[in-house]
Design a protein around this ligand. Structure first.
Ligand code: NG1
Ligand code: ZN
Length: 552
């Protein structure tokens, strides 16, 4: 009874915005920050229920990633640090759209009963609340705390400003009983960065490739800020990092800067220019879960050569395969072999040249619909699953079984052949599993892995970029009244509704050598997205345009 009146009282302070229907999409709820108070409050309730249900620590992150600064959003991190379990999403939608306190209470009652959650205050649970640098973040965070506080037994812990992947990492570490502060996060990624490099002198020194420092575009967001603060303490084996667009120079979050801008526009982010010709540059998005690399193309223009998520994935895959094959060469007396199953996961947006390259490397390539929750889920089926969206969101997952085999093998090897190539390979793979964020795609930890691998290989960014050549591509979006009218299948490569469209797309595509084209409804905007690829840029442009006309 106390619980009911508490919920009624507090929710009456948070009426839902009028005339808006919110939905928990691939990235939680996102909208103009001005209408989000009640949504964030309600996600606070949801997070509390999730914590009671799982009897674990849960995360609540307030961010709208690469969206403009006036937007904001909110999403939940599950106990393992991953996205909220999909079967709770319909409840999240219902809760966010409940029109009256009574209706909200009824929804909570029914859902708690169906999920077997006791609302008697007998259990005590914690919800970690974080936010990015958006000005609207602090008042939304208060709303989240009120939502959490309206469920008896749930306690909110304010983690302040964090990157999205840091919050996910901390939730995961807390539930594993590991040390789990922000310092622990940086301590773990910097020590494993050094371990990945352990056992070989940097080949950069012997190769005649240009080393130079790494220049990072922080998108005027949280990632740039964190990197600026922590780069000195990271002690990164000689890696020199210069951070631009930290937000302290007065620039606006995601405006003409950041990974989304660099990837979509293919021009230099603000603060970069001809003086950076030839340098190795990286760009983070607003909450630092996306990472792309680039170089400035010519000494005069503002064009960039993009090194995208597909190429990061390819670099990771090549490196890991190399370590596995070194390890395979060890004396078979040293324990049983382990049939390590390695797989890579992409979406239809992956450049066709990357998929060809990965297959040539003998790798199994799987496809899922857009949205990291799908890629992550698929990658978890492998012993080593590497997933990336072309836009730079991705990570590497290691199975528990494989990791314990690796630990055991490393122990055996270090007692009989310490310092051997095989032992170093085992050590490096273990270090990769600690460097790369197992909870979610993470620009900071991903960047350190890229840097370690480049140093190990002795590769410049140009050498890396030469792994394969991207096919020219074009992305367009078409504004539509009802994007749900388009329904796709086969990892979004085929339109099944409305009838006839797929045949028309096929007919168009057939006019272009190496042509590939698909359309899909966006999960985050009221648009249909069109993607086209062909052997020349003007052909990709024309194909995209003619297919966009079919949709219009
Ligand atoms: P939508 O709007 O569904 O295309 C975009 C990105 C996704 C993912 C989500 C979540 C593209 C083409 N799509 O989704 O990859 O990052 O946002 O932020 O980049
Ligand atoms: Zn992001």
């Amino acid at each position: 009874e106390e619980q009911r009146s508490l919920l009624l009282r507090s929710s009456s302070q948070f009426p839902p915005p009028e005339g808006v229907k919110l939905s928990y999409g691939t990235s939680g709820f996102r909208a103009d920050a001005g209408i989000l108070q009640s949504t964030v409050y309600r996600v606070g309730i949801l997070a509390a229920l999730r914590a009671l249900k799982t009897e674990s620590v849960i995360g609540l992150m307030i961010t709208a990633s690469h969206n403009e600064v006036s937007d904001n959003g909110v999403k939940i991190a599950d106990p393992n640090g991953g996205m909220l379990s999909q079967h709770w999403e319909p409840f999240a939608d219902a809760l966010a759209n409940a029109q009256t306190p009574e209706h909200l209470l009824q929804l909570v009652d029914e859902f708690a009963e169906s999920e077997g959650i006791a609302l008697d205050g007998a259990k005590s649970v914690e919800i970690l609340v974080g936010r990015d640098t958006r000005p609207s973040g602090s008042s939304l965070l208060e709303a989240a705390k009120l939502g959490i506080g309206s469920v008896i037994g749930a306690v909110a812990l304010d983690m302040g400003i964090l990157t999205t992947p840091q919050l996910h990492w901390i939730v995961r570490a807390r539930n594993n009983g590991d040390k789990a502060s922000e310092i622990d996060y940086f301590e773990q990624i910097s020590s494993s960065f050094r371990l990945v490099l352990d056992g070989f002198d940097s080949k950069w020194e012997e190769s005649n490739e240009v080393v130079d420092k790494l220049i990072v575009d922080g998108a005027n967001g949280v990632g740039g800020q964190k990197l600026q603060v922590y780069k000195e303490v990271l002690e990164l084996n000689g890696l020199v990092i210069e951070v631009r667009n930290t937000g302290l120079e007065g620039g606006v979050l995601n405006e003409g800067v950041g990974a989304d801008f660099a990837q979509k526009e293919k021009v230099v982010p603000h603060g970069f220019g001809s003086q950076d010709f030839g340098s190795r540059c990286a760009s983070l998005d607003g909450d630092a879960d996306r990472l792309v690399y680039f170089t400035v193309l010519s000494e005069s223009g503002n064009k960039i050569e993009l090194v995208d998520g597909d190429k990061i994935l390819s670099l990771f895959a090549v490196f890991i395969k190399e370590q596995l094959s070194i390890l395979k060469n060890r004396d078979t007396k040293l324990g049983d072999d382990y049939p390590c199953c390695i797989g890579v996961v992409q979406t239809a947006y992956a450049n066709g040249a990357s998929t060809d390259f990965l297959k040539q490397q003998g790798l199994e390539v799987a496809f899922t619909p857009t949205g990291v929750k799908y890629l992550h889920e698929k990658a978890a089926h492998y012993d080593i699953g590497i997933y990336f969206e072309a836009n730079g969101h991705g990570t590497i997952l290691f199975s528990e079984l494989f990791l314990s085999w690796l630990e055991a093998t490393n122990n055996e090897l270090s007692s009989v052949s310490k310092g051997s190539e095989q032992q170093k390979a085992a050590l490096r793979l273990l270090a990769v599993s600690k460097l790369i964020n197992q909870a979610v795609g993470d620009a900071l930890s991903g960047m350190l892995l890229v840097e370690a691998i480049l140093q190990h290989m002795g590769w410049s960014i140009h050498r890396w970029n030469e792994l394969y050549h991207d096919l020219p591509s074009r992305q367009l979006k078409v504004k539509v009244v009802d994007r749900t009218a388009v329904v796709t299948a086969n990892a979004e490569t085929e339109v099944v509704k409305p009838p006839g469209i797929q045949e028309a797309i096929n007919a168009e595509t057939a006019n272009y050598p190496k042509g590939r084209c698909f359309i899909r409804p966006s999960g985050t905007e009221d648009v249909i997205r069109v993607y086209a690829e062909a052997s020349a840029q003007d052909e990709a442009d024309r194909l995209a345009k003619s297919v966009a006309n079919l949709v219009d």
